[in-house]
Design a protein around this ligand. Structure first.
Ligand SMILES: [Zn+2]
Ligand SMILES: [Zn+2]
Ligand SMILES: [Zn+2]
Length: 144
């Protein structure tokens, strides 16, 4: 999904909820799509403030949550007690592994995971399958 597609989908989503595609929403959307790594709403807000953007934390929180509802942003749970987001873009399907000591997050590719889950769920006659798995361990830096 590229930025133009995401904007189009988001605009349609907002319209269906009788909401407007406002400038602050656009700013947050573009910032979220330019992020190359997973970010929490707080992290994105701080990053935007550092760049001198005048946007409230609440706006960032709300916009990210609605982007997630619109299906143009993925959320990931690293067990930090807050949600992290990641723009789908063209990135390859991957899973996240979190270090239980330092909290660092790494991306790993699990061969055929999606296919395996989909076919198992389809056997149970499910459609529109979503999944979330949580993988953790001790990273290389922490295992002395
Ligand atoms: Zn975090
Ligand atoms: Zn670690
Ligand atoms: Zn990721």
């Amino acid at each position: 999904m590229n930025l133009d597609n995401a904007i189009k989908i988001y605009k349609d989503f907002l319209k269906s909820k009788s909401l407007l595609y406002t400038q602050p929403r656009e700013i947050v959307l573009k910032e979220a799509f330019s992020a190359t790594w997973h970010f929490s709403a707080d992290e994105l807000t701080s990053q935007m403030h550092k760049q001198g953007m005048n946007i409230s934390r609440a706006t960032v929180y709300r916009t990210l949550a609605s982007m997630k509802k619109a299906g143009i942003l993925n959320s990931v749970d690293f067990g930090h007690g807050h949600i992290h987001y990641e723009a789908p873009k063209t990135k390859k399907q991957h899973e996240h592994i979190t270090c239980e000591k330092c909290g660092e997050v790494y991306e790993i590719q699990v061969e055929n995971l999606e296919n395996t889950i989909n076919s198992a769920a389809e056997k149970a006659k499910f459609k529109h399958i979503k999944y979330a798995i949580r993988i953790s361990g001790i990273c290389e830096k922490c295992k002395f």
